[in-house]
Design a binder for this molecule. Structure first.
Ligand SMILES: C[S@@+](CC[C@H](N)C(=O)[O-])C[C@H]1O[C@@H](n2cnc3c(N)ncnc32)[C@H](O)[C@@H]1O
Length: 264
């Protein structure tokens, strides 16, 4: 496994969607960290317009919608099965009039310039790239509006080769918190806050819930080598986190847009 490391990119997308659709969240996070990030956002209008990009099934979106944020939230995800669950969740909470999921890609958004008070994205910006995402999304945010994203980040300048290889393969641009803050500033935002997600966001809310669905998933796909290797990969991510968590984690970056570097 060390020499022939597979990554999540090597697996059938339908298999990955089926596995993660059964979970409340598709990445590390928690209601507490979502609320903490929200607490840094000052002066939101009474009915702000918000986009949640790479929303998955909407774990964090529903937290935003139910806590303080009375505005409209549009969740965007590239997978229709996640968006179906997202919209069902909004219906169950009776907030479907103002919380809607749409299928789309975060690098080709169907929105107007300066449309949003806030762009949210947990665990997803790496799919477009931290720098590219912050620059592209800037155009859709009103002046003095906010961006709030979680992103995989190094906590130290150096780390063991094993974990360095794992993350460079998964997120080639992964960098330190200081460097990411500079990127945010160059992309036209005042960095307002950056904080690391707690270990619980990874263990209790990401790895442990997976253990509960793995047995049923493997039973359903008995004899499917791809499914077995995918579960091995997910368990390897868990093992590596236990071994190397002092070197990396998700960081919440919150910034206020002051300009669009493309025009100003
Ligand atoms: C790690 S999951 C995080 C999901 C959710 N925000 C959470 O924290 O539970 C990343 C999400 O990004 C979505 N995604 C990946 N590439 C995308 C793209 N180009 N456009 C929109 N969504 C994308 C995936 O389908 C997935 O739902």
């Amino acid at each position: 496994m060390e020499n022939e490391q597979s990554s999540v990119h090597d697996f059938d997308i339908n298999l990955i969607c089926e596995y993660f659709a059964g979970l409340e969240r598709q990445g590390p996070g928690s209601p507490e960290s979502t609320m903490k990030a929200l607490s840094f956002i000052d002066g939101l209008s009474k009915q702000p317009k918000i986009a949640d990009l790479g929303c998955g099934t909407g774990g964090q979106t529903m937290i935003l919608a139910q806590n303080n944020v009375a505005g409209n939230i549009t969740g965007v995800d590239r997978f229709p099965s996640f968006i179906d669950i997202f919209n069902n969740n909004a219906k169950k909470l009776k907030i479907q009039d103002r919380v809607k999921g749409i299928v789309g890609s975060m690098d080709s958004l169907p929105f107007q310039n300066d449309e949003f008070d806030l762009i949210w994205s947990e665990g997803a910006i790496a799919n477009i790239g931290f720098e590219k995402g912050l620059n592209y999304w800037n155009g859709f945010i009103k002046k003095n509006g906010y961006v709030a994203v979680t992103y995989e980040s190094w906590f130290t300048d150096e780390r063991p080769a094993e974990i360095e290889k794992w993350w460079i393969d998964a997120v080639p641009e992964i960098s330190t918190i200081g460097h990411n803050i500079l990127i945010m500033q160059k992309a036209g935002y005042v960095p307002v806050a950056a904080f690391t997600l707690s270990e619980k966001c990874w263990t209790d809310n990401y790895f442990i819930p997976q253990k509960a669905v793995q047995k049923t998933f493997l039973e359903k796909h008995t004899g499917n080598k791809n499914a077995e290797s995918f579960i091995e990969l997910m368990n390897r991510e868990d093992e590596l986190y236990s071994k190397y968590k002092q070197y990396y984690g998700y960081v919440f970056y919150i910034g206020r847009k002051i300009k669009n570097p493309c025009y100003e």
